[in-house]
Design a protein around this ligand. Structure first.
Ligand code: SER
Length: 328
């Protein structure tokens, strides 16, 4: 398996196109007491998406530490993680749909060498709040995506907002056919082999608490690409935990448990332990100084530790040994 240095390829690509590389914000939001965690790359950038000038300019790129606890019960499958990293590039009132889509296509097909036949894209179908996004669809067509692989969906699928209120807009999602089976002629969002690899959001509204959409000062672009998922895709793996990001950790779990990852009886437990120990380390190491407790982030930390221990017991790991330090 060839290791793919996705983060560097991505950041360099956008740096060459005028973007400033900015560091990841901590995983615990610094100025937003309403959120426990940064859940997407755009979250620390909300004030700038709303129009405040960013000190580094109007084109930014980064890899942001993200934490999501809304699908904790799904962690243990091939693709969900509590902690993950998100690559992104932003235009703060600078370029818009054409550049964003042209560059996404170029990076995916030329730099990351993904065959265009394995891609499908979706665009916003339009409703009373915002028009059908034919501009985006036509940009995809010009870039090289065949018309029969361009689909339209409504707000449930092709609209992005973090939470209930704030900057939002129509998005276009890029899907990759992650299977050795032949690519079907139709894109089917229900088919798990189609995995979303990148999301470009055209943030141009502020969703207000009264439910209305007010135009933002600027038309912005916010994109997000999950590192763990895309590295797995590029390394030809259908299970994220088989990619180079996770192999050392899984090997260590095999060592401390004396069990085999490929033994179906143990795979799920090993994935949960791998996911949770990584999340625990990141959370404990955050500048905010989180300790296990019964409130807020401390409660999440405690839950993750308890859940990890429960699964360690399933693997007959001696929980009085130094197993968790070795994994950390
Ligand atoms: N905010 C969007 C997402 O999280 C794009 O960055 O997918």
């Amino acid at each position: 398996m060839e290791k793919v240095d996705l983060k560097n390829i991505y950041l360099k690509f956008f740096e060459e196109r005028g973007h400033k590389i900015i560091p990841s914000a901590p995983v615990i939001p610094e100025n937003d007491p309403t959120c426990l965690f940064n859940t997407a790359g755009m979250q620390p950038l909300v004030p700038y998406l709303k129009g405040e000038p960013h000190p580094e300019g109007t084109r930014l790129t980064d890899v942001q530490k993200c934490f999501r606890t809304n699908d904790l019960d799904e962690v243990g499958d091939k693709t969900h993680h509590t902690f993950f990293e998100m690559l992104g590039n932003w235009s703060l009132g600078d370029y818009f749909k054409k550049e964003s889509i042209t560059w996404s296509f170029e990076l995916l097909t030329k730099y990351l060498k993904i065959p265009v036949e394995k891609l499908s894209v979706t665009c916003f179908a339009g409703d009373e709040d915002c028009a059908r996004d034919e501009v985006t669809a036509s940009c995809w067509k010009k870039a090289g995506i065949p018309e029969e692989r361009i689909y339209y969906f409504g707000k449930d699928d092709n609209w992005w907002i973090a939470g209930e209120t704030g900057p939002c807009g129509p998005d276009t999602e890029i899907f990759y056919w992650r299977s050795n089976e032949e690519v079907p002629s139709d894109f089917d969002p229900e088919n798990d082999n189609w995995v979303e690899i990148w999301n470009n959001v055209f943030m141009q509204y502020n969703h207000k608490p009264d439910g209305t959409f007010e135009p933002l000062k600027n038309k912005n672009v916010d994109t997000g690409m999950g590192v763990e998922r895309v590295v797995a895709v590029l390394e030809g793996q259908t299970d994220n935990y088989k990619s180079s990001i996770w192999t050392d950790l899984i090997k260590k779990i095999e060592e401390v448990s004396g069990k085999n990852y490929d033994d179906e009886k143990y795979t799920r437990s090993m994935r949960i332990i791998a996911d949770h120990i990584r999340a625990i380390v990141i959370l404990s190491g955050d500048d905010a100084g989180i300790k296990p407790s019964n409130t807020d982030q401390g409660y999440i930390l405690r839950r993750l530790i308890r859940r990890m221990i429960r699964y360690a017991k399933k693997l007959d790991i001696d929980i009085n040994s130094n197993w968790e330090q070795e994994l950390a």
